[in-house]
Design a protein around this ligand. Structure first.
Ligand code: NDP
Length: 294
């Protein structure tokens, strides 16, 4: 039997619609709209694309975006000054510093300088620390991990009591998604590059989240029948039949695993669209908090 395909594109569109309605209601009641500042340092093409996509998504739901495109040789102090200005600007409810930053910048210091109340990416050390502790709610949860849980919730997947296996332990995806699953009372295993006999660990999963960045690593015979698979991986593989010469695949061999799984996210069109939707949601929540609406 073929798995249910979890349509992240459609779910993200629904969420953006919900956010747009809430922004309109905020404007009607308070004459205010949420504001998101995106700070870009340097000229990385992929980062420019991500920031452009985020600004476009803001415009679509009525969130004001503030863009800061700084040269690649911006000093630590100048970048800190921009963050401080944004911290003080009452029209800015979310500050997003696009990662990765150039090598000469101390990323941890910059992320730590963002006001806790405006840390919509959820990477402030205090927010991450709270996420890692029991009964300490972070003000914001990182967007991609939050999007993974939202996909499970909106697909009606019960998390409590399930065996969850997370592949990857990065600060951006693997670790925070694991913490979120733990908070939701899953029994958790985190795997990484030193894990022995990965297929046998993966086979225990009722819920599998793959975030390793290895094209189609998880094969059909690695998974248990009925597993729910969230594939975070985005990998470009050569494909001469495509105009661009490549196509995107996940960390999971979709065609094989969908024959065994109960539900699975595609790549593209699964987790990807959720990340920006969650950024908009975090920005809206921040503005609501600033207005005392929560
Ligand atoms: P990182 O490279 O930071 O982390 C990869 C993790 O996978 C590490 O923990 C690493 O282990 C582990 N790993 C690598 N190879 C193996 C292996 N052979 N077996 C088991 N574990 C392995 O990647 P990210 O977390 O930043 O991203 C993961 C994927 O998710 C990428 O494809 C990325 O493009 C995608 N992504 C997608 C997003 C979206 O919006 N859809 C957003 C962010 C990322 P170790 O710790 O031991 O090195």
């Amino acid at each position: 039997m073929s798995a249910k395909i979890i349509d992240g594109k459609a779910i993200a569109a629904t969420i953006r619609g919900e956010i747009k309605a809430e922004v309109e209601a905020m404007k009607a009641q308070y004459n205010k709209v949420p504001g998101l500042a995106a700070v870009l340092v340097g000229e990385r093409r992929d980062s420019q694309t991500y920031v452009r996509m985020k600004k476009r998504a803001c415009a679509e739901v009525g969130i004001t975006s503030f863009g800061y495109d700084l040269p690649g040789d911006t000093s630590q102090e100048d970048l800190l000054e921009v963050v401080r200005e944004l911290n003080a600007n009452p029209d800015v409810h979310g500050i997003l510093v696009q990662l990765p930053l150039p090598d000469h910048i101390d990323e941890e210091e910059i992320l730590g300088a963002i006001s806790l109340e405006k840390d919509v990416d959820g990477f402030h050390p205090l927010n991450i620390g709270r996420l890692s502790m029991k009964r300490r709610d972070p003000l914001f949860v990182p967007c991609t991990p939050k999007g993974c849980i939202e996909l499970l919730d909106r697909t009606g997947v019960e998390i409590e009591g399930k065996r969850a296996v997370v592949l990857g332990r990065s600060n951006i995806v693997g670790l925070p998604v694991a913490m979120l699953l733990l908070h939701r009372n899953a029994t958790l295993t985190i795997c990484h590059s030193r894990t022995k006999d990965l297929p046998s660990v993966v086979r225990e999963a009722d819920i599998l989240v793959a975030a390793v960045g290895r094209p189609e690593m998880v094969r059909g015979d690695w998974v248990k029948p009925g597993v729910v698979v969230i594939d975070v991986g985005v990998n470009a593989v050569d494909d001469p039949t495509r105009e661009k010469g490549y196509r995107l695949v996940g960390d999971v061999a979709f065609d094989e695993v969908k024959e065994v799984a109960a539900a699975i996210t595609p790549v593209p069109g699964g987790v990807g669209p959720m990340t920006i939707a969650m950024l908009l949601r975090n920005t809206l929540d921040s503005a609501k908090r600033a207005l005392g609406m929560e």
